[in-house]
Design a protein around this ligand. Structure first.
Ligand SMILES: [Zn+2]
Length: 266
């Protein structure tokens, strides 16, 4: 079952990661304390919601996975290709580092990120016991942040890309993601001859625009890095506003849903 439910909190899990004992979840917006337009389980601190409610929502997500909130490690997500490797949780008074990929091999650390259309990518190397969490919007996708995460797993933890299991979470689907010339040009530059399957035009596509398939693009980035196993949730955030926050689907007035991942205890 891809969805689990605990005390009104509903979250998505990947079969491939579950089979390997990786504690993880991508949390829907259900079961939290925030009012409209952040209803209800908003974990984003920079979207106008009250800090006390955001903290309570985060507490609920961590509790649902039986992870202590004190094990949280997160970064200031800035659409970069920066990767941070951590051995420790982030203390509340410690400033966030700017990055869009985080890695750890420590079972006492829970990696945490916030999303509303951008692509969550979870990584796990069962041989080297390393987990990763990546945030890839269109900027992160064309700068291939997922490839930098895989490279850091090789360099810092001696992972072999062929051992890494990757999972692409709920995010905006191509049919809901029309982009203009600026984005089209950057996707063409980044992906060269592979671009044809990533930029799609249909009868309804406006002149000079195209539909960008972020799922296929990130799958390609991972495969070019040598990752062989990629599970795709195939869930579009803008199609399912009852479950997910969608920046585009809700015209920017929305919250952020949480993704958590943790190495299995040895
Ligand atoms: Zn959709």
């Amino acid at each position: 079952m891809p969805f689990a439910q605990v005390d009104g909190i509903r979250y998505f899990q990947f079969d491939s990661l579950q089979a390997l004992g990786v504690r993880h979840g991508i949390f829907t917006r259900r079961g939290g304390v925030s009012p409209t337009p952040w209803d209800a389980l908003n974990v984003g601190g920079l979207v106008g919601d009250d800090a006390g409610r955001v903290l309570e929502n985060r507490r609920r997500t961590f509790q649902a996975l039986d992870c202590p909130l004190e094990s949280l490690y997160d970064v200031w997500q800035v659409h970069s290709r920066e990767v941070v490797c951590t051995d420790e949780p982030r203390l509340p008074q410690q400033p966030h580092l700017k990055a869009d990929a985080i890695l750890t091999d420590q079972p006492g650390v829970t990696l945490f990120m916030r999303f509303a259309d951008c692509v969550p990518i979870l990584l796990y190397d069962p041989k080297r016991h390393v987990v990763g969490l990546v945030h890839a919007g269109w900027v992160g996708t064309v700068s291939k942040v997922a490839a930098y995460a895989v490279q850091a797993m090789q360099e810092q933890y001696r992972s072999a890309p062929g051992d890494i299991v990757a999972a692409i979470g709920p995010s905006i689907g191509a049919h809901h993601y029309e982009v203009g010339q600026e984005v089209i040009k950057q996707v063409q530059t980044a992906f060269g001859q592979d671009v044809s399957g990533l930029l799609v035009r249909t009868n309804g596509t406006a002149e000079g625009k195209a539909l960008l398939d972020l799922w296929a693009a990130n799958r390609l980035v991972l495969e070019h890095s040598g990752v062989r196993q990629v599970e795709l949730a195939g869930i579009c955030t803008a199609c399912h506003l009852d479950d997910w926050y969608s920046h585009r689907g809700e015209n920017g007035r929305t919250g952020r849903f949480g993704a958590l991942v943790r190495v299995p205890a040895r």
